[in-house]
Structure formats: structure tokens, C-alpha cells
Design a binder for this molecule. Structure first.
Ligand code: FEO
Length: 408
């Protein structure tokens, strides 16, 4: 990729992770890739805002792109580190070895991380104060602490004269960027839809746990006249940044509930007895005009299940009993949803058991602190009878009634 002008002497440097086997954060599949963006302000003093991960040939790519602005690493005078997660700071160790003069601006909490992650001494860094303004030639940078969007040390940088927010993880998305379409106004409606879906999955995977902090951050930044958002993952919003701000607000508010009037069904089956009711479950909900998203485990990726569950006001788990407990792959999903604070949901569970039950008891115990309103469950021994199907359908109708009421 090439360096791209954002406005005046502000430029975007960027790389895409496009290895389909690569797991972001070591967990999350990114079949459509992800971009990692840094930003350069070229001027009296040259400023870099965020770096790149030290994987593939990314440091060399960033170095080459700097060359596109006729600069080298040694020409950078100020390095703004908004966030120390290694996707943005992995190159820091080598960067600071090659450039011994650049002063680092970061939060106080980031300073020990400079040492821990990159062996960069604290005396190279200046701890910002919240709201501090740094004048650099024709540019005025203002720093805002935005803890837990995404780590406790995270901040954002706002260029006051041009109203540009360098938001790091906030307002980001999965999805590789075409270098000829890096701005929101350069995207087709299909591409906008693509990035909206990738933004939701990115949010659910990476940011969701910290949703109360996202809402605090949005309030804090609410007084700024933001004309451009430059995130560290995803496209740049210069035509209408309110689009991504509203998406993030909506995603964060899903944590408080209710989310959308949709149902995510996650199911497992060992020998097909739990699966036998699946069509009835789906049809019963669809007949109430409620969209249904269906995932099978093992098989479907947790990253996708999380995004769907985050957006859905209703969750249904279908799993058999396995050695007196929940079927293990499903137990993992149930746990992961709680780790990510998928809460304030209407929930139903069903499943078959063999010689004795146990999954429901295990499910109840392991979701005691989930914040889920468990509206019902249905279990049967072996294969479901017609009576089982009818009784369960009745219970699901009641689940739908409650869900509709919840999302009015
Ligand atoms: Fe993109 Fe939290 O790092």
C-alpha cells in the first residue's frame, strides 16, 4: 500500500492482515482481514500517531510508506502512542532503536508498558494530562484519556484546527481496506454494509466487554466538533463521521438491553436427537416475524456467534446433556458469552439427555451471574416425541411473547 493524504500534511499509513489463517489477538478469525493504520503529520516537527504490529513485513511497509512522504524513521520528532496493545506498538522496540530522538506522548498508565512491551525507557516519554494541548507548527493536538477503549492506558488524539480525531481502536472495524477506497465517501453501499457487519463483529470481539467505558468516552468526546475520524482499524470517516459514532453508541447500548428484536440460536447435537427440534424452533420464531440467526457448535466460530448474540435480544441454546453437564463445546460458548458481558437477554434452553439429565442444572449454575432472563427450558429423554415438540412449541411461543414485549 501507499501513503495516503488525509488532509493537508496529515497522512495515513496502513497495512492489511490478509493471511486467512491468522487469528487476531490469537483468538478471532478474520477471513476478510483487518487494516492497521498509523498517521503521520508532516511539518516543522514530524509526528507519528500509532505504529504497526511487528508481523509479516509490516514495519518495512510502514517505513516504505514514510518514504512516500520523503521521510525516514529518523525524521520523526514526536511519537504519539494512543494505545500500547501490540497491534499498534509491536514496531516500537525497533523504531525507538533506530530513532533515539523522538519524544513519546502517552498516558501515565502507558509508561510502564513502554518498558514491558518494547524496552523503551520511561525518560523517553511524556505523560499527557487529560485535555492537554500540544502545539506542533500549524497543528494543535489535544489528548484525551479514554480508559478501556480498549485498554486502561488508552487515549485519543484530536487535531483541533482541522477537527480530526485519531481514535485508535474506537470506531474501528475488521475488514481489509482497498487502497483506492479508504474514505467513507469512496465506498459503495455494499461496501458500507460490509464494513458495518465487520464493525459489529470487531466491536463484539474486541470492545464489547468495555461498553460502559465506550458510553463514557462518547459523552466525553460529545463536545468536540469532529469532522473526520481516523481509526487505527478500518476506513476513515470524513463525509459523515456520525454514522460510525451512532453505530458504536448503539453497540454499546446493547449491553444495557434490549438489543434488537432478533434471536440467536446456538445448537449442538451428538446423535441428532437435539437437532430434531431445530426446524420447529426456527420456524416458530420466524412465524412471529423475528429474525433468527443459527449457529452450530462445534463448527461455527465463536467470533461470529458473539457478534450475533451481542445484537440479539433473545438467545436460545440447544444442547444435549454430556456426562451430567452441558455438552462441552456449548459450555465453552456459554462461558465466552459471559466473559464478553453479553447480558440483558431473554434466554431459552432445550436439549435431549440419555440415561439422566444434568445439562439444565449445569446451565442454570453457570449462568447465575449472566444477567440473562431465563424464560424457559425443555428437556426430553432420547428422541423427542410429538408431545415433546408440541409442549416445546408452546413454551417458545411464550418466549416470543416476552421477547416482543421486551423489545417494544
Ligand atoms: Fe487495535 Fe486494542 O488494539
Amino acid at each position: 500500500m501507499h501513503i495516503k493524504q488525509v488532509k493537508d500534511d496529515i497522512y495515513r499509513l496502513s497495512v492489511n492482515i490478509e493471511d486467512k489463517d491468522y487469528l487476531f489477538e490469537g483468538i478471532w478469525p478474520i477471513p476478510h482481514g483487518i487494516s492497521i493504520n498509523g498517521y503521520l503529520i508532516k511539518g516543522e516537527k514530524n509526528v507519528m500517531i500509532d505504529l504497526t504490529q511487528d508481523i509479516f513485513n509490516f514495519p518495512q511497509e510502514f517505513t516504505n510508506q514514510l518514504g512516500g512522504a520523503t521521510l525516514s524513521i529518523e525524521d520523526i520528532d514526536i511519537l504519539v502512542v494512543n494505545h500500547m496493545e501490540p497491534d499498534h506498538s509491536g514496531w516500537l522496540r525497533e523504531f525507538c532503536k533506530k530513532n533515539s530522538k523522538a519524544v513519546i506522548y502517552c498516558t501515565k498508565k502507558a509508561i510502564p508498558l513502554l518498558q514491558a512491551f518494547a524496552d523503551v525507557a520511561a525518560d523517553r516519554a511524556i505523560a499527557i494530562t487529560d485535555g492537554q494541548i500540544l502545539e506542533v507548527g500549524d497543528y494543535e493536538l489535544q489528548f484525551f484519556e479514554t480508559p478501556n477503549i480498549h485498554w486502561p492506558e488508552t487515549m485519543m488524539t484530536y487535531e483541533r484546527k482541522r477537527n480530526i480525531l485519531f481514535a485508535c481502536d474506537a470506531f474501528g472495524s475488521y475488514g481489509s481496506i482497498d487502497e483506492n477506497a479508504i474514505f467513507d465517501d469512496q465506498l459503495s453501499s455494499e461496501k458500507h454494509k460490509f464494513f458495518e457487519e465487520e464493525a459489529l463483529r470487531y466491536y463484539a470481539n474486541i470492545v464489547a466487554t468495555f461498553s460502559p467505558f465506550v458510553l463514557k468516552g462518547l459523552t466525553k468526546l460529545g463536545g468536540l466538533d469532529i469532522k473526520v475520524i481516523c481509526p487505527s482499524h478500518g476506513i476513515i470517516w470524513r463525509d459523515d463521521p456520525s454514522v460510525i459514532i451512532e453505530h458504536y453508541k448503539r453497540y454499546a447500548e446493547y449491553a444495557k438491553g434490549p438489543a434488537e428484536r432478533e434471536v440467536t440460536v446456538v445448537w449442538s447435537s451428538m446423535y441428532g436427537n437435539t437437532k430434531q427440534v431445530l426446524n420447529m424452533v426456527i420456524e416458530t420464531i420466524r412465524k412471529r416475524n423475528i429474525p433468527v440467526h443459527v449457529f452450530q457448535v462445534p463448527g461455527d466460530e465463536i467470533g461470529y456467534i458473539l457478534a450475533s448474540a451481542w445484537k440479539s435480544a433473545g438467545l436460545i441454546f440447544g444442547m444435549p446433556t454430556y456426562e451430567y453437564k452441558m455438552f462441552p463445546p456449548m459450555a465453552h460458548v456459554v462461558e465466552e458469552l459471559q466473559v464478553k458481558k453479553v447480558t440483558n437477554k431473554k434466554v431459552f434452553r432445550f436439549g435431549s439427555y440419555g440415561w439422566v439429565g444434568g445439562a439444565q442444572k449445569d446451565f442454570e449454575k453457570k449462568t447465575e451471574k449472566s444477567g440473562w432472563d431465563k424464560l424457559g427450558s425443555y428437556e426430553w429423554q432420547g428422541a423427542p416425541t410429538e408431545e415433546d415438540q408440541a409442549a416445546m412449541q408452546k413454551a417458545l411461543e411464550e418466549f416470543c411473547d416476552a421477547l416482543i414485549e421486551f423489545t417494544k
